[in-house]
Design a protein around this ligand. Structure first.
Ligand SMILES: Cc1cc2nc3c(=O)[nH]c(=O)nc-3n(C[C@H](O)[C@H](O)[C@H](O)COP(=O)(O)O)c2cc1C
Length: 330
């Protein structure tokens, strides 16, 4: 059974990748995941805010950079609170590269065009096999248009691509007005791949203390459906690779993501909850299913249920929505 795949031009022995997460900080855990079948690992993000703080500190010769910026002091973590400073990020990347034989993908996370994107070059020099660019942002300002936000993202992507030779992927939000058009633009501008999707941290309310509580819940398989839809819609037309990120917990989920058109599938919640052996279980399940359904390679099954290949394309689109609603009876 051939489980190999190509993602961002990288030849991977299985379609399972460890998504951006704290796993990159524990070399032993990362090695166990590699042994269990992970074919690449994405490091946790290095944030625009961190890089800006470091650059300000160098410029002003300040010892405690976060205090130099009142906004940073009030809203963002203090410089020391980030898990990896830009310097330690680079040395961690070098250590991961030394310890693992699978590709290591660095993650840059920011939302404004600016000098921070030059850091991609340092990550490439430190041995990163690719850059995953995350432009995580919440568009809460009623005066900022979708076009303005997307123009900024396109500019960030352009400048990162221009500063490195390694492939650059973009981790997208599902909340774009015309996602198909935006994804196509990024693909045409040279993004080697798209990661669907960012999972937004959503604060909860404490109705006794009347406070808003930061909450990070791990995913469930229910989150996969949004990814399946957009992988199915985008995979027939994009030149670059697609990674599914969010909601893959079982072999069945992994198979669905591949059938929808993913080149690779990122997992974080699953190995956080169940450890490295969960990856082997997923890959074993994939192998068994492929055998039962006469597929000899992952390449052969990819996209078999996407918008182009599935027997009923309307199932991915509005027509099916209307049908589903009309079928409910009470
Ligand atoms: C503890 C934790 C830390 C994460 N850190 C990052 C990060 O630094 N950058 C990023 O792009 N995504 C980060 N993510 C999001 C994951 O990469 C992934 O997109 C998300 O968890 C959905 O995948 P899952 O359903 O397999 O968990 C993090 C997720 C978790 C749970």
């Amino acid at each position: 059974m051939n489980l190999s795949t190509t993602y961002l031009g990288l030849k991977l022995r299985t379609p399972l990748i460890i998504g951006a997460s704290p796993f990159c900080e524990n070399i032993e855990a990362a090695s166990q995941l590699e042994e269990a079948g992970a074919s690449a690992i994405v490091m946790r993000s290095l944030f625009e805010e961190q890089i800006d703080l470091e650059q300000q500190a160098l410029f002003r010769h300040l010892e405690t950079p976060a205090e130099s910026n009142p906004e940073a002091t009030s809203y963002f973590p203090h410089y020391d609170e980030y898990q990896l400073t830009p310097e330690t990020y680079v040395s961690k990347l070098e250590r991961l590269k030394g310890a693992l034989s699978i590709p290591v993908i660095a993650s840059l996370n920011g939302r404004n065009p600016g000098g921070w994107v030059d850091y991609a070059h340092r990550l490439e020099a430190a041995g990163a096999d690719a850059i995953e660019l995350n432009t995580y942002q919440l568009a809460t300002d009623p005066n900022t248009s979708g076009d303005f936000i997307e123009t900024d993202i396109i500019e960030i992507v352009r400048s990162v691509i221009a500063s490195v030779k390694i492939p650059v992927s973009v981790k997208l939000s599902p909340f774009h007005t015309a996602l198909a058009q935006f994804a196509t633009t990024l693909d045409e501008r040279g993004a080697a791949g798209l990661v669907l999707f960012n999972r937004f941290y959503q604060p909860d309310f404490d109705i006794e203390t009347m406070s808003v509580i930061p909450t990070l819940r791990l995913s469930t398989s229910a989150e996969l459906l949004l990814r399946l839809r957009w992988l199915s819609v985008l995979s027939p037309s994009l030149k670059g690779s697609l990674a599914c990120s969010g909601g893959v917990h079982t072999a069945e989920d992994l198979i669905k993501a591949l059938l929808a058109g993913a080149n690779a599938v990122q997992v974080v919640s699953l190995p956080l909850e169940e450890g490295p052996s969960s990856l082997t279980e997923l890959l074993d399940g994939l192998g068994i299913w492929m055998k039962e359904h006469d597929y000899s390679s992952v390449d052969q099954m990819r996209g078999a249920l996407n918008l182009k290949h599935c027997p009923d394309p309307a199932a991915h689109e509005r027509a099916n929505y209307i049908k589903i609603l009309q079928n409910w009876k009470v």
